[in-house]
Design a protein around this ligand. Structure first.
Ligand SMILES: [Zn+2]
Length: 452
């Protein structure tokens, strides 16, 4: 059977390195790479373009069911398509009900299956009330369990005190499941009890790097109690100091990994002071020196993966904070920004290689969450998921480019060098020529290998 599609003339970022190669797609999977590629039913010319494995974004919040007006699966995955993201791993909050029970999981799977334009996996939640549900959620095929060490900001998703976290880690270890941890120490936040003033930097001062570092240390103590099989992934690490804790523990044999996010790599406190609420998040945006130290960690290979932590809310909940940052809801709409930031600020500005970008955004998350080799790399037999980029194209992120429902993003008017020009999910174009072309319901649910 001839392939349904052949992509000719692109520079392909393979696990073994980048090289010019043709790719054949048959039944939505990669059937041949390189000289053995025959003519197909359709041909795509990729001359001058780079073909990356589609981004596996391990950390997004679409908030549906329950808070679809905050984003929803359709708007969220339109952004995914436009950003070169072919698989999203979606968080248990701020959907309502949160994904902490099998019933809530089923409700989310139903709506996501109807509306998602790209493939998706689902995180479960780990909260004090649902320790009995973890096994059932695991059987449903969650990619992991998200837990908060600080207040989540939403009443229906309670934080876990250290003792409960230790019990949860022990339970998930038995299930061979991973716990994704929001590591900010509520105890230290309470002890600091910082004075609040209305300007953005007051938010940063109240949540200094020490809050992140202390939480990671507490997490490591909880892991010790849970035994050597416990696995944790620290989400959205914002400082090199936090990463040092993770890497020192790993050297001692602890199963711990860490991600950072494009907004910690793209912005500084000065930007936050200027942009305000669209850039409010927790942990907060850091100063320029801390950002450069974080880049050093990325360049040195000491960050496991990069995920967007795309977390929008209604525009009104951001506008509330225009005169008092404490009134704004926290969360950055960044699902479209991961590749542009890594191409502009990484590849061009700091020499981060395309191979490393592919690893950080696709291979590593697919491996960590059990989706590899179906997802995460351009190899024969894998799904034909591609982010096709023009690495030299200069462009400005305008409101016509932005897909998020609220229309609010700190990246508006930012200039980039490097643009996603086409996104393909299992051989189907979901974004091309500046337009989202995928259909709601086109995305498939993916489970980690251990749950199949
Ligand atoms: Zn998040």
């Amino acid at each position: 059977m001839p392939p349904e599609l052949v992509i000719r003339g692109g520079t392909v970022v393979l696990p073994t390195g980048q090289r010019p190669a043709d790719i054949a797609v048959t039944n939505g999977t990669i059937s041949a790479i390189g000289s053995e590629v025959r003519d197909g039913a359709a041909t795509l010319d990729a001359k001058g373009l780079v073909i990356l494995p589609g981004v596996v974004d391990a950390h997004v919040h679409f908030n549906e069911p329950g808070r679809a007006d905050w984003e929803g699966w359709e708007a969220g995955t339109r952004g995914a398509a436009a950003g070169g993201v072919t698989t999203v791993l979606e968080m248990p909050l701020n959907a309502h009900p949160p994904t902490t029970t099998p019933e809530a999981f089923d409700a989310k799977l139903a709506v996501a299956s109807r509306k998602s334009l790209v493939d998706f996996g689902l995180w479960g939640g780990l909260v004090p009330e649902n320790l009995q549900q973890l096994e059932h959620l695991n059987q449903r095929g969650v990619v992991g369990f998200k837990a908060f060490m600080s207040h989540s900001g939403i009443d229906d998703f309670a934080r876990v005190p250290d003792g409960i976290l230790a019990i949860g880690l022990k339970t998930t270890a038995r299930l061979n499941a991973i716990v994704g941890v929001h590591a900010e120490s509520q105890e230290l936040l309470d002890r600091l009890n910082a004075e609040r003033s209305p300007e953005p930097l007051s938010w940063c001062r109240a949540r200094p790097p020490a809050v992140e570092v202390e939480a990671i240390r507490r997490l490591l103590v909880a892991m010790r109690g849970a035994g050597t099989a416990a696995r944790a992934h620290v989400v959205h690490v914002s400082t090199a100091a936090g990463l040092r804790e993770v890497n020192e523990a790993r050297r001692r044999g602890v199963s711990i990994t860490a991600e950072t996010c494009p907004h910690y790599l793209a912005f500084t406190e000065e930007d936050f002071a200027r942009i305000g609420p669209p850039l409010k998040c927790a942990p907060p945006i850091r100063d320029a020196e801390t950002r450069e130290a974080l880049w050093e960690e990325v360049l040195a290979g000491r960050v496991d993966l990069i995920a967007s932590d795309h977390s929008p809310c209604p525009a009104a909940d951001k506008h509330k904070g225009e005169h008092d940052i404490w009134q704004a809801w926290g969360g950055v709409a960044g699902i479209q920004a991961t590749l542009p930031v890594l191409l502009s600020d990484g590849l061009h500005a700091r020499g981060l290689s395309l191979e490393r970008i592919a690893h950080l955004t696709a291979t590593a998350p697919a491996q960590l969450f059990g989706l590899y080799p179906r997802k995460g790399a351009i190899t024969i037999g894998a799904d034909a998921d591609f982010a096709i980029v023009d690495p030299q194209q200069r462009w400005t992120f305008g409101s016509k480019d932005l897909q998020t429902r609220s229309g609010v993003s700190p990246y508006l008017d930012r200039q980039f060098t490097g643009k996603v020009v086409r996104t393909m999910v299992r051989g189907v174009t979901v974004f091309g020529d500046g337009e989202v072309r995928g259909e709601p319901g086109g995305g498939q649910f993916v489970k980690p290998n251990h749950a199949n």
